[in-house]
Ligand binder design. Structure first.
Ligand SMILES: Cc1ncc(COP(=O)(O)O)c(C=O)c1O
Length: 417
């Protein structure tokens, strides 16, 4: 959807000169495409939407209405899912840091609890001993080697992932034996999320295969789910010029293994996928007003009411897909320019070396594909957080107001005396 200049003017009346635009229809489309690809091949399929990727409450509510479970990695996210109305049994509680109280809450609520480290097992054991008449079901997040011919595929070039219970050093056996000693606890699921740099279909095949093998060896009949985590590619803008796998490609590989393994069994486990990026990245634009065109020596700098934190908090140097909404149709000089932000950091570049017709003061720049790891990740730094407008069919409405001074310097938090 392309906004016109008057539509933008209308949105910003409430929001100042920059805001996010959330495309609710595209969110539904992403969910339905992923769901259809997997469910058509393996019926017992669940999407657990990864809250941390973008936990805008309106978006999380929409995911609930679509049928997604909530995948959370902290008590804060868990409590958000409850506030949104997610039935506790549809919350998947992952993450490396859980308190004893978090574990007790998840067990009492019968949420899906995936244990990441051995210390969590001590909390589960204590709970089981204190609540002998309660049946406790948990999953284990596992850590195993997914390198290709000895070359690591883990993001940022790390040699190994730091998450989950190690399969190769005896920790898995230790965990399994701990559960065997308990009369009222079972391991019912295995989880294997790996953040890889290439998001290859082959990796998902390996993860699924490995989880199924381990389930056969250690879990047996109590197995209720195989959770392969998130990390798949979504539909990317054509300007990225990347030939990435489709949802069908991933589904064909993963469901093929699930069907080989469980197709002939009477009771089949659920397959859980925890997508984040692929559900939300292309559902947000960031729109910011051009405040000034500056020339420094032979370079042009377009200063906007936005910051690199709003569009790519990781500050990578690739330019996002962008367009300019001009207030006048006059022809401007064709030059090379940079788009820079309002902070005082030299590196606050939203885009580098763009070759094209120079924007003018009062125009708006639209940065596309900014739905993942942006609004959850950017610090409120120097300026209040911008508002968010949703559009759903032909309807526009504010789903997050622009932050005010009062909210930024919340007097319940800060001491002013
Ligand atoms: C456990 C877990 N599940 C799901 C995800 C979502 O991954 P993505 O946004 O790449 O789909 C992550 C991201 O790091 C994760 O840690």
């Amino acid at each position: 959807m392309t906004l016109t200049y008057p539509q933008i003017k209308e949105c910003i009346e409430d929001l100042g000169s920059s805001f996010y635009l959330f495309n609710v229809n595209r969110l539904r489309d992403n969910y339905q495409k992923i769901n259809e690809s997997f469910k058509s091949r393996y019926q017992k399929f669940i999407i657990g939407y990864s809250y941390k990727t973008n936990y805008l409450p309106h978006l999380c509510k929409e995911m609930l209405l679509l049928g997604a479970y909530a995948e959370v990695v902290s008590r804060l996210e868990y409590d958000l899912a409850i506030k949104i109305g997610v039935p506790p049994k549809k919350i998947i509680f992952n993450g490396p840091l859980k308190t004893e109280e978090d574990i007790e809450t998840a067990i009492n609520n019968e949420s899906i609890l995936n244990i990441d480290s051995l210390y969590e097992i001590d909390y589960v054991v204590d709970f089981c001993l204190k609540n002998q008449f309660k049946q406790v079901n948990v999953g284990l997040r596992l850590n195993f080697d997914i390198s290709n011919d000895g070359v690591s595929t883990i993001q940022e070039g790390f040699e190994r992932s730091r998450f989950g219970i190690c399969v190769s050093n005896g920790d898995l056996e230790y965990a399994v034996n701990k559960f065997k000693e308990l009369e009222n606890a079972n391991i019912v699921g295995l989880h294997g999320h790996f953040s890889t740099s290439d998001r290859k279909v082959e990796t998902y095949k390996n993860i699924t295969k490995r989880l199924c093998e381990i389930a056969k060896q250690y879990i047996g009949d109590t197995l209720e789910y195989i959770d392969i985590g998130g990390g798949i590619y979504g539909e990317l803008p054509s300007s990225f010029k990347l030939n990435t796998p489709t949802f069908d490609d991933y589904a064909e590989a993963v469901c093929g293994i699930m069907n080989d393994e469980y197709g002939k069994k009477e009771i089949t486990p659920y397959l859980i996928l925890e997508p984040g990026n692929s559900i939300v990245a292309n559902t947000f634009d960031f729109i910011a007003k051009v405040i000034e065109i500056k020339r420094i020596q032979d370079q042009y700098f377009v200063l906007i009411d936005g910051s690199v934190h709003n569009v790519k908090p990781t500050m990578h140097k690739r330019n996002l897909p962008m367009r300019i909404i001009r207030q006048e149709s006059k022809v401007n000089p064709h030059v090379t320019y940079n788009i820079v932000g309002y902070t005082c950091m030299e590196k606050d570049y939203l885009a580098y070396d763009i070759d094209g017709e120079l924007p003018m003061k009062g125009d708006y720049i639209v940065f596309e594909n900014v739905g993942a790891y942006t609004i959850v990740f950017n610090p409120p730094f120097i300026k209040e957080r911008p508002g968010i407008v949703a559009y759903d069919d032909d309807d526009f409405f504010v789903v997050r107001k622009k932050e005010s001074f009062k909210e930024f310097f919340n007097e319940d938090l800060y001491v002013f005396k």
